[in-house]
Design a protein around this ligand. Structure first.
Ligand SMILES: Cc1cc2nc3c(=O)[nH]c(=O)nc-3n(C[C@H](O)[C@H](O)[C@H](O)COP(=O)(O)O)c2cc1C
Length: 359
C-alpha cells in the first residue's frame, strides 16, 4: 500500500501548483514562457481544454468516503504510483531548464511514474534513458523514410524503452505567439534524435521538411507491424481514428489534441474521450492528455475512460521552476490531490473510478 502525506503543514519549498507556476514565470524568459503556453490560431482549443474540465462536476456520496485510498495502478505493464505519465514535450524544453528531460527522467522515476520522451529533445534518447532506472515510452513522428523511422525505434528498444508513442504532424502549426517572438525550434535547441545519425543537420532538416509527402494508415500499419516495440497512437479524438488505429495494429490509444498546439478549433480533448473509449472497448489501454491541471482532473479523465493521463505543461512548469526538484513537487502535489479526490469519491482504488462519480 503506497502512502500519501496529507498534512497541510509541510516544509517543502513548493506547496501548490500555483506557487510553482509563479516561480516558473519568474525563471523563464518571455520567449520561453510563450513557447510553453502557446496554442494555435486564436487558442480556442487551448482554452477549451481546461474550460471543459471546469464544467465537469463530481457526485460525492455521503458516509462512503475512504480514508487512505490506493493511488497506485498498472498501465501498459508499468507500475505507476498514480495513473500518470509525463507527456512528451520537446522542441524547446532545454529553454525551461538546461537539464531538460534528464531532470524529468530522474524526477519521474523518484516519484514512481514513467516518462514519455520526445524525439525532438535536446538530449538523445539514449542519454535520457540512462538518466532513469525506468525508461518508458519514446515518441516518434511517423514521417520520412520508413527505414529511418524503424532505425529510430530500434535505438529506442536498445536503450530500454518499452513502448513507442506514434505521432503524426501533417504540416507546420500556426502558432502566432512563436511567430511574434520570431522563435523557431529548429535553431534554438539542437534536437538530438532526428534522423538515423545524431546531430546530423541534413537529417534534421529533412525530418522537419513539411513539403515531404505525409504517411497514410497503410504505411503506419506496416511500420507498427515491423516495430520491435508496441505502439501507442497519439492524437486520437474520434471513434473513426480509434478504429483505424486499432486496425493498423496500435497496442493502445492516446487521446490528445496536443494541448491545442496542433490545429485550433478542435473539440476539447476531454469531450472526445468517452467516444474513443466506447469505440475501443474495455480492454484497450487509453492514455489521455490536454488540460490536466489538477489531481481532480486526473480522476475525471479516468472516470470518462482513460487508464492514465499524461502531463505536459504542468510538468514543464515544474521543470522551469526548479529542475528535477520542481518536477518532483508537481508530481507529489498532483498525487496528493488525486488521493484526496479518490477518498471523497468513495473509491478505495483507481479501478473504482467510473462515470458514476460524475454528475
Ligand atoms: C512546450 C511543449 C512542447 C511539446 N512538444 C511535443 C512534442 O515534441 N511531441 C509531442 O508528441 N507532443 C508535444 N507536446 C504536446 C504534449 O505532449 C501534450 O500533448 C500537451 O502538452 C497536453 O496539453 P496540456 O499540457 O495543456 O495538458 C508539447 C507540449 C508543450 C507544452
Amino acid at each position: 500500500m503506497t502512502r500519501v502525506d496529507d498534512r497541510y503543514a509541510t516544509a517543502e519549498r513548493f506547496t501548490t501548483l500555483r506557487g510553482i507556476e509563479r516561480e516558473a514565470r519568474r525563471q523563464l524568459s518571455e520567449v520561453a514562457w510563450n513557447y510553453l503556453h502557446c496554442g494555435t490560431g486564436d487558442e480556442v482549443t487551448l482554452r477549451d481544454n481546461t474550460a471543459a474540465f471546469d464544467r465537469l462536476r463530481f457526485s460525492t456520496p455521503l458516509f462512503a468516503g475512504i480514508t487512505n485510498p490506493e493511488t497506485a495502478t498498472r498501465v501498459l505493464g508499468h507500475e505507476l504510483s498514480f495513473p500518470a505519465y509525463v507527456a512528451p514535450f520537446g522542441g524547446g524544453e532545454a529553454l525551461f531548464h538546461p537539464e531538460g528531460h534528464l531532470a524529468v527522467a530522474r524526477a519521474a522515476a523518484a516519484e514512481g511514474i514513467r516518462q514519455m520522451v520526445p524525439v525532438a529533445a535536446a538530449h538523445s534518447l539514449e542519454t535520457v534513458a540512462a538518466a532513469s532506472p525506468a525508461p518508458a515510452i519514446f515518441q516518434v513522428t511517423f514521417v520520412g523514410e520508413e527505414e529511418a523511422v524503424l532505425q529510430l525505434i530500434g535505438r529506442a528498444r536498445d536503450a530500454g524503452y518499452t513502448h513507442i508513442c506514434v505521432t503524426y504532424s501533417p504540416i507546420r502549426q500556426w502558432r502566432e505567439r512563436m511567430t511574434e517572438d520570431r522563435f523557431t525550434v529548429r535553431g534554438e535547441t539542437g534536437p538530438a534524435n532526428f534522423g538515423p545519425g545524431l546531430s546530423d543537420p541534413a537529417a534534421l532538416a529533412e525530418q522537419l521538411d513539411f513539403t515531404r509527402p505525409r504517411w497514410n494508415w497503410e504505411q503506419a500499419a506496416r511500420v507498427m507491424a515491423a516495430s520491435p516495440l508496441p505502439c501507442i497512437v497519439k492524437g486520437v479524438t474520434s471513434a473513426r481514428d480509434a478504429e483505424a488505429a486499432l486496425r493498423a495494429g496500435a497496442a493502445g490509444l492516446y487521446v490528445s489534441n496536443y494541448g491545442g498546439r496542433s490545429i485550433d478549433r478542435m473539440p476539447a480533448a476531454i469531450e472526445t474521450l468517452a467516444e474513443v473509449r466506447r469505440a475501443a472497448g474495455n480492454d484497450v489501454p487509453i492514455v489521455f492528455d490536454s488540460g490536466i491541471r489538477r489531481g481532480s482532473d486526473i480522476a475525471m479523465a479516468l472516470a470518462l475512460g482513460a487508464d492514465a493521463v499524461a502531463l505536459g505543461r504542468t510538468v514543464a512548469l515544474g521543470l522551469a521552476a526548479d529542475g528535477e526538484a520542481g518536477v518532483r513537487a508537481v508530481l507529489r502535489i498532483l498525487r496528493q490531490e488525486f488521493w484526496t479526490t479518490l477518498g471523497h469519491l468513495g473509491c478505495s482504488r483507481v479501478s473504482e473510478l467510473g462515470p458514476h462519480v460524475l454528475c
